[in-house]
Design a protein around this ligand. Structure first.
Ligand code: URP
Ligand code: ZN
Ligand code: ZN
Length: 533
């Protein structure tokens, strides 16, 4: 090769390097990967104006709905009233005939979670992209301790979440007990914006804690003004149930459901409720999947105890039939804990949600693809537990509960957004369309249709437990902090644009707890002072 040949070769290399560099910048430096065509949607920069007027829609809050315009500036709602006039530079979105509602808040997700020897495949970018495409603008993810350390776990999750494209907050899991754990709980609440701790009563040998840890943890939560949360299943009995199934030669996904019947969920729910009552601290039961657990929550609430029940979308709209599918790869998709129950449980959970016996809806989005689920081909105990839902929750709840007339549109806003913001003490910054609230907003067209399929969803999963679902009521626009991030079926999102939301302790569930304590202490009529002792 002559000199000019080697020059042009060097030139080409230089141009190629520049091209790669530019691609990386336009993709927000995606972990040093170049975007493939399929990922193109992930890389689009948001270009929307910082001033926005949503005109002519029905604005729905949890307590009121009205025909009004919504004016947004710099990510915050400035005004909500009819006939707002604006200057020419303001972008106007026509919402006539549509509902304008607070963006969904998902109280229960597991992005990039290390679990059962695998890592959940949706990370803080792909999971949040999926969320935004489905009308959810904030989620609360569960931090898992690293090497037994809560502080280390928090740092690891903060790092993972740097790629976020929407707002997020954290719950913290407590999976063991020692002085370090207690100290970290205090630091996390006082300095890091955590106001809830989850205790796993199942997953023996990994995340599960015993009653002693529950009691110590609940007491610490109470002192800190943090909400105690439980995954309520009797883990010892589940382990026994699993051995029983294997001995019977039942090794497939149906063994998962058979090994952990609803009575074990009911037992653990009742136990957690009683321990929380003994400590006099509020309790939040995550992923309520059965009538057994529901009955315990309702009984406690009737007695005046502060217990929050969170069903998840899979438990509300699916049943266990797919676990018996002859194709392992289909059946394994539906393995989650507590298990999706037989039909009847879902109806009872929906009824309870519609009347306020249960308070809010999560997803428990914890996605594993086919190759990951395959780990349990010969033993259901090795199938990583978890299903998708972060993108589908808002559509499915609308389709199943609003379209059927079971709940009002205001109820819809309450169970998908407002109740979560109130429980976790970030209302009305989130969960409301009010002046000064963050402009996290969706525009839902009740006459448009949606269809769910893994071919077009935004999760990294290669399957979808709601595959083929066709329904009515579509989120046409999602606005996150005043920016249009979903419109015309296209995402316009930016890595790193999501912000961490600190959640302060002592939310409304703690109001009056001290008075109940005083009443209890004065009711004891003790100690009795005895002469001479
Ligand atoms: O199956 C589930 N639910 N996976 C995520 C972990 C949990 O228990 O929430
Ligand atoms: Zn759980
Ligand atoms: Zn979960």
């Amino acid at each position: 090769m002559g000199q000019s040949g080697s020059m042009s070769c060097r030139m080409e290399i230089l141009l190629f390097i520049m091209y790669v560099f530019c691609l990386q910048i336009s993709c927000g430096m995606q972990e040093n990967r170049i975007c493939t065509a399929a990922e193109e949607w992930q890389c689009m920069d948001t270009t929307s104006s910082s001033k926005l007027l949503i005109k002519g829609g029905t604005v729905v809050n949890a307590d009121r709905q009205q025909l009004a315009d919504v004016y947004i500036e710099d990510g915050v709602i400035v005004a909500v009233q009819p006939n707002i006039q604006v200057a020419d530079e303001v972008r106007i979105l026509d919402a006539s005939g549509k509902y304008v509602m607070p963006g969904g808040i998902d109280p229960h997700t597991h992005l990039e979670m290390p679990f059962m020897g695998q890592t959940a495949i949706d990370d803080f970018f792909s999971g949040q992209a999926a969320a935004l495409a489905g009308g959810t603008t904030m989620h609360i993810d569960f931090v898992i301790p690293s090497n037994g350390s809560l502080a280390e776990g928090f740092e690891a999750y903060a790092k993972k979440a740097e790629k976020s494209c929407m707002d997020y907050a954290f719950h913290m899991a407590v999976t063991s007990w020692n002085e370090g754990v207690a100290r970290d709980m205090e630091i996390l609440v006082k300095e890091k914006g955590i106001n809830s701790f989850k205790f796993f009563m199942a997953y023996k040998g990994s995340l599960m804690v015993n009653d002693e840890v529950l009691l110590k943890g609940f007491k610490m939560c109470k002192d800190l003004g943090a909400l105690a949360q439980v995954h309520a299943e009797n883990g010892d009995a589940v382990a026994e149930g699993q051995s029983r199934m294997i001995k019977l030669g039942i090794t497939g996904p149906e063994g998962h459901a058979l090994s952990r019947p609803s009575m074990l969920e009911g037992e653990a729910t009742a136990r957690a409720i009683r321990l929380a009552k003994f400590v006099n601290t509020p309790l939040y039961v995550v992923h309520v999947m059965s009538i057994d657990a529901l009955d315990e929550i309702v009984r406690a609430r009737k007695s005046g105890q502060r217990v929050i029940g969170e069903p998840v979308v899979s438990g509300l709209v699916l049943d266990d039939s797919k676990l018996w599918d002859p194709d392992f790869m289909i059946a394994a998709q539906y393995v989650m804990s507590p298990p999706i129950r037989s039909s009847g449980h879902n109806q009872a959970l929906r009824a309870a949600l519609s009347t306020g016996l249960l308070q809010l809806v999560g997803t428990d989005h914890c996605s594993f693809n086919s190759t990951q689920k395959e780990a349990g081909l010969n033993d259901f105990r090795k199938i990583p537990n978890g299903v998708n839902g972060i993108e589908e929750r808002m559509h499915l709840i609308w389709d199943v509960m609003v379209n059927s007339g079971q709940i009002s549109v205001m109820d819809y806003v309450r169970i998908t957004s407002t109740a979560c913001a109130q429980i976790f003490n970030i209302y009305p910054r989130k969960g409301a369309i009010l002046p000064n609230s963050d402009a996290d907003i969706i525009i839902l067209n009740p006459n448009a249709t949606f269809q769910i399929t893994a071919k077009s969803h935004h999760s990294k999963m290669d399957t979808n437990v709601y595959e083929g679902w066709a329904g009515k009521g579509k989120v046409e626009v999602t606005i996150s902090r005043g920016k249009i991030v979903w419109e015309h079926d296209r995402l316009m999102i930016q890595r790193g644009s999501g912000q961490y939301i600190s959640m302060p302790p002592f939310g409304y569930l703690f109001d009056g707890i001290d008075k109940i304590d005083s009443t209890y202490l004065s009711s004891l009529k003790a100690p009795v002072y005895r002469r001479g002792i």
